[in-house]
Design a protein around this ligand. Structure first.
Ligand SMILES: Cc1cc2nc3c(=O)[nH]c(=O)nc-3n(C[C@H](O)[C@H](O)[C@H](O)COP(=O)(O)OP(=O)(O)OC[C@H]3O[C@@H](n4cnc5c(N)ncnc54)[C@H](O)[C@@H]3O)c2cc1C
Length: 280
């Protein structure tokens, strides 16, 4: 029986496993290899790692875990998590069933992209959602914002100090996006076209895995799992971290590597505190 199972091997899950390993807790990390930033070649805004390839960051984190013998890492998908006998029974897709006293859900979200031809191929490269992650790379050049209403205005104003020009285009008016040598050409339904360095859109996120809802964890209007400051969900023994969860006081998750890492560490600390209290 593991003391903790961490489901998810993105930044939140990897950090949770590191923290649990440093506290010598018998931990299994399971990773199905589906990362929100899977198409991203260079991630930014992470101290001492600005511009790092997310795959390299994950690989380095896995290497660091090797130093902690109580942590086991498995490349597999979890199929179900069921509360039973004071712990949790977890079924893996390869047929194996494991038991754990505590669960850290770090399964992230998946993004449904606006259905604009050409957009998906540039997602995470020249099409982005977050000016903190990708804005500086377009500095001094024209960028487009394909959003509606207040959101469009907010992103436009955020980008104004960076870009030479910010063009707001109603998403429904875009016919297709074509990659150019130094940027994108945005063709609109009225027959006009505009070349820009990059484009900002709003994908629709949803939980990548169903475990939190199936376990009965309280969900928030954003679609995320409600957690407290140490990542505890409303279900005893179940913790959540990363893009899939946030506190009720926040409007949504702070979608970033640094925030996911911090949340993973807090959730693991919560698990350690919980396990320690249980054996006192
Ligand atoms: C296009 C794009 C660009 C971004 N750029 C930046 C950037 O430059 N800087 C920055 O700070 N942030 C950036 N972000 C945000 C950042 O990538 C996320 O905040 C972060 O990756 C979230 O980490 P996570 O651990 O919560 O989830 P993920 O990294 O999505 O990890 C989820 C994990 O759960 C696993 N999983 C899911 N279901 C199962 C299952 N059933 N069984 C086993 N494992 C499962 C997956 O395989 C994966 O390992 C970007 C996001 C996007 C979409």
């Amino acid at each position: 029986m593991y003391e903790a199972i961490v489901i998810g091997g993105g930044p939140a899950g990897l950090q949770a496993a590191l923290t649990l390993g440093r506290m010598h807790r018998r931990t299994l990390l399971v990773d199905s290899g589906e990362y929100r930033n899977g198409t991203v070649e260079h991630a930014h805004n992470l101290l001492a790692n600005d511009g790092v390839a997310p795959a390299e960051l994950r690989a380095r984190a896995r290497t660091e875990l090797v130093a902690y013998p109580t942590v086991e890492v498995r490349d597999a998908a979890v199929e179900s998590v069921v509360a039973a006998d004071g712990g949790f029974t977890i079924a893996l897709a390869d047929g194996e069933v494991v038991r754990a006293a505590r669960v850290v859900l770090a399964t992230g979200v998946r993004d449904e992209l606006p259905p604009i031809p050409g957009l998906a191929a540039e997602w995470g490269r020249r099409v982005a959602q977050c000016p903190f992650c990708h804005g500086h790379e377009f500095a001094g050049r024209a960028v487009a914002v394909a959003l509606d209403g207040e959101h469009a205005e907010m992103i436009r104003r955020m980008l104004a100090p960076l870009a030479s020009e910010v063009v707001v285009i109603p998403p429904g008016s875009i016919e297709r996006i074509v990659a150019e040598a130094e940027g994108l050409r945005i063709e609109t339904r009225d027959g006009t076209a505009r070349s820009v360095a990059g484009l900002f859109v709003a994908p629709t996120p949803s939980q990548r895995a169903p475990f939190a809802e199936r376990l009965g964890c309280r969900m928030l209007p954003s679609g995320a799992v409600e957690v407290d400051l140490v990542g505890a969900t409303s279900v005893p023994g179940v913790y959540a971290a990363g893009d899939m969860a946030h506190t009720a006081a926040a409007a949504g998750p702070m979608v970033s590597l640094a925030a996911a890492i911090a949340a993973g560490q807090m959730a693991a600390a919560g698990v350690v505190r919980d396990l320690t209290s249980a054996t006192a």
